[in-house]
Design a protein around this ligand. Structure first.
Ligand SMILES: [Zn+2]
Ligand SMILES: [Zn+2]
Length: 184
């Protein structure tokens, strides 16, 4: 069963944890959350010209610094900084495919970033979907064409709003098969 550790720079309400658990049932045993301040670490991977963090380098660093106890232990870092990877203007999150580590970047999930009136509800809904989406990649899932599936690729947060925080049946079946293989 999966154990998920969320390291977060912002407060994560219980509501989000409940939804993460729901999305990953029956594969999950529990979620734990810890506060973290990554501001010193982020300085090392901050591109001052772009005003963004290099997401790939930060992921490498976090993997090395916060080792996971195995494939079934996933760690998600919620970072309050904007980020990019080579070739993309920005990313909402990154994950090690079939690995254990993922990062979600929060600034662009906020309505105010797009000059819209703030909404905690919309922000938390997006945060939840991004966390589940990146966890899906750590569970070897690729992007899904089902428009409601959490694994649907979103080019922008407005596309994120159109999908659900849960996996479609096909993606859930893929996780089930993965577990059967891994637990043999
Ligand atoms: Zn993705
Ligand atoms: Zn799917």
């Amino acid at each position: 069963m999966l154990t998920i550790t969320i390291w977060s720079e912002i407060e994560i309400p219980q509501l989000i944890l409940d939804k993460v658990i729901e999305a990953l049932t029956p594969f999950i045993s529990h979620v734990e959350v810890f506060d973290i301040d990554l501001s010193e670490v982020i300085k090392k991977f901050y591109n001052t010209v772009r005003g963004q963090v290099d997401a790939s380098k930060l992921l490498d660093y976090l993997e090395y610094t916060y080792p996971s106890s195995g494939f079934l232990h996933k760690q998600v870092f919620v970072v309050d900084e904007d980020a990019y990877v080579k070739g993309l203007n920005y990313v909402l999150g990154v994950a090690r495919y079939c690995g254990s580590h993922a990062i979600v970047f929060t600034p662009r999930l906020r309505q105010e970033f797009w000059n819209l009136p703030p909404s905690e509800e919309i922000f938390l809904s997006r945060l939840c979907k991004e966390i589940v989406h990146e966890l899906g990649h750590t569970l070897c899932l690729d992007h899904c064409l089902n428009p409601r599936c959490v694994m649907r690729f979103s080019n922008s947060v407005f596309e994120t709003d159109e999908k659900d925080y849960r996996f479609c049946n096909r993606c859930k079946l893929k996780i089930e098969h993965l577990f059967q293989r891994k637990l043999l």
